[in-house]
Design a protein around this ligand. Structure first.
Ligand SMILES: Nc1ncnc2c1ncn2[C@@H]1O[C@H](COP(=O)(O)OP(=O)(O)OP(=O)(O)O)[C@@H](O)[C@H]1O
Length: 366
């Protein structure tokens, strides 16, 4: 365990009425980082937050906070504060009293309460709003009050459960910047829950992708985007072209009835695989000039690019992001680099994937 580890889960499971909702989840969270739990509805994201906060107990497994078993620390003594999706503000209290609530429970002296609330308000750019009622605050301002209420207690970890989901797209993007910047200024650990992959990629130092109570993959946003380990992650994070193929040998893969150089290895000769190429890694060229021949089926203008759908001669569908317009029905060539081809071994776990990458990398270096 690194000395910087603040929270550790070791094979933590949670079962409700015989239904496993978290299955042997293990991770370590470091101090001062922005972590995101990303996954579809019902995958267990909130369950992880509730376990950390102490609202529920695990069925099996070990949880530690600063190296101490978490179950020995009562919920109200944990150095953790939660920002809920609906903010859970008290409508009958003004902004100041909402933020001061936790401090008053601790029976802090009035002068100290004032100092801390004002500091928290200034952190979230709401100085001057202390005596407003909650009803007079906009969605984005309420969001900031909820964050101020969490930071005023100076927790070591803040848990945020889909805190931006009630905001419209523009405000949501603004708050993404604000939250990320606030986390960096405060230097405390944030554990942020979302089902929005773009939000996760934009904000996090590190992402855990969950599905059906299992961590599918964890890593930095670029790790996960560039090297998805399975179809679920590749589909969930960004748009992907996924086709069936065969790994002929290291750095040589066959798909769409052709053989291509690639950079992956460490698989068995002639092993069936799935091949991922991101739409932005494909380019449209003149027919005969690319690696695959295809015909344009449809296109949509998306503002920054055209999203073009085409089919190769084997009937595989390819989505291409292109700044150039194409003609529906036109024959074109599809081109891509060896580095754009990502190989996914069928049924490979994250642990197996990491081991393979490590031993293949060592072989390459030798
Ligand atoms: N108290 C409970 N009793 C029974 N089942 C529960 C309970 N709480 C959660 N679950 C189930 O556990 C699973 C995981 O729930 P959780 O709230 O962690 O998902 P989530 O990923 O946060 O989803 P969402 O994005 O919809 O909030 C779901 O199938 C949910 O129905």
């Amino acid at each position: 365990m690194s000395t910087n580890t603040i929270i550790r889960f070791d094979q933590v499971s949670k079962v409700y009425d015989d239904k496993p909702v978290l299955q042997e989840v293990s991770f370590e969270l470091e101090r001062g980082k922005f972590y995101t739990l990303l996954g579809p509805s019902g995958c267990g994201k909130t369950t992880i937050l509730r376990l950390i906060a102490g609202f529920i107990e695990p069925s099996t497994g070990l949880m530690e906070f600063n190296g101490k078993p978490l179950n020995k620390i009562p919920a109200n003594k944990r150095q953790v504060n939660t920002v809920f999706q609906d903010y859970a503000l008290f409508p009958h209290l003004n902004v100041f009293e909402n933020i001061a609530f936790g401090l008053r429970i601790k029976k802090m002296k009035e002068a100290e309460v004032k100092k801390k609330v004002n500091q928290a308000l200034s952190f979230v750019n709401l100085s001057g709003y202390e005596y407003r009622s909650i009803d007079e605050m906009s969605g984005g301002q309420r969001q900031r009050v909820a964050i101020a209420r969490a930071i005023v207690n100076e927790p070591e970890v803040i848990l945020l459960d889909e805190p931006l989901s009630a905001l419209d797209l523009k405000l949501r993007t603004e708050m993404q910047y604000e939250l990320r910047e606030l986390q960096q200024r405060l230097g405390i650990t944030f554990v942020f829950v979302t089902h929005d992959q773009e939000e996760a990629l934009a904000m996090s130092d590190y992402i855990f992708v969950l599905n059906e109570g299992v961590i599918q993959q964890s890593g930095t946003p670029t790790d996960i985007y560039d090297e998805p380990i399975n179809r679920f992650v590749a589909d969930f994070i960004g748009e992907s072209n996924i086709v069936k193929g065969t790994m002929v040998k290291d750095q040589l893969v066959q798909f769409a009835n052709k053989t291509f150089d690639c950079v992956d290895g460490g698989l068995n000769p002639n092993e069936p695989v799935e091949v991922v190429i991101r739409p932005e890694d494909l380019s449209l060229v003149s027919t005969g000039k690319g690696k695959l021949e295809a015909r344009i089926d449809s296109q949509l203008f998306r503002g920054v690019h055209y999203e073009i759908c085409c089919f190769d001669e084997q009937g595989n569908e390819w989505l291409v992001h292109s700044t150039k317009k194409a003609e529906v029905g036109e024959s074109i060539g599809l081109d891509f680099e060896a580095e754009a081809i990502h190989i996914m071994r069928l049924g490979e776990t994250e642990e197996e994937f990491d081991k393979r990458l490590e031993s293949y990398g060592d072989q390459q270096d030798a």
